[in-house]
Every structure is written in C-alpha cells, then in structure tokens.
Design a protein around this ligand. Sequence first.
Ligand code: ZN
Length: 159
Amino acid sequence: MKFKLWQWLRRWRTAGAVKVLLPILIAPDKRLLTRCKVLHTVTSRIDKLAENMVETLHTSQGLGLAAPQVGQSVRLVVIDIGEGARILLNPVILERDGLCLSDEGCLSMPGVIRRKTRWHRITYRYFDLAGNRIEESVEGVFAIVLQHEIDHLNGVLIA
Ligand SMILES: [Zn+2]
C-alpha cells in the first residue's frame, strides 16, 4: 500500500508541479539573433526545458517554439501543428523539394506577419530525448514550421 501511494504521489508531482511556463523573448533581443549550440547529451535540464517548452507552446497557442525564444541557446525545438507535440534535438535538413509561399507569424514578434519562401517538402534528421537518431520526410505545415524553427536556431527571424 505504501508503495502504491508513493507511486501515485510521484505521478502527481510529475503531472502537475514540474511544468513551468517560460517567458518568451520578444524582438529586438540579442539572444534571438545568435546561433545556438549543438546538444551532445540529454541532461535532466534539457528534459525539463523541453517539457516546459511544450507547456509554453500549448499555452501560447503557437505551432512551434525554439529554445532561443525562451533564452536558451541550444538546438532544441518543439512543434505541435495539432497532431501532438514533437520534441526535436539538433534538427538538420538533408533534402529539400518544391518552393511555396507561407505567411508566418512568430511568438517573438507579436502582430507581425511576413510572407516567406519555404520548401514544401523536406527530409530532415533529428535526435529525440532518448537519444535516438531519426530521419524522416515531411511536407506542408509541419515542414514549414520546422524551417521557421531551424531559422531561430541560426539566429534568423522572419523579419
Ligand atoms: Zn518564431
């Protein structure tokens, strides 16, 4: 019985108390213009950062959020286009195909919409929180959001 109670308490703490909303940096802010560092290991700090970024993304009702937007200069992005949150470490685009136009906003630039030229279809590689190296092809909204977030990791804003 004791063990079960402990398990329940642990789950409750994990589900509730750990999540934190992170303040989103607003342009102009130098931290949004720097190239972020590659992650070599997944520490508990990165684990927690990713979880808090997902929480912050959902609360902000954005489609994607990159670590530099919350003041962390590491190559970590979270994306949720309505299909569940994805956490991507060190994403790199390997192949690109088909240009399209995309009207984009940014959580770091409230009220601003800019028309960007993006690739419609991309093949990219990333690592998940478990350290698995994953390669996949995506197209449409997810591909566009990913390009926007990778721009953030390189210190590039939509305007
Ligand atoms: Zn943005």
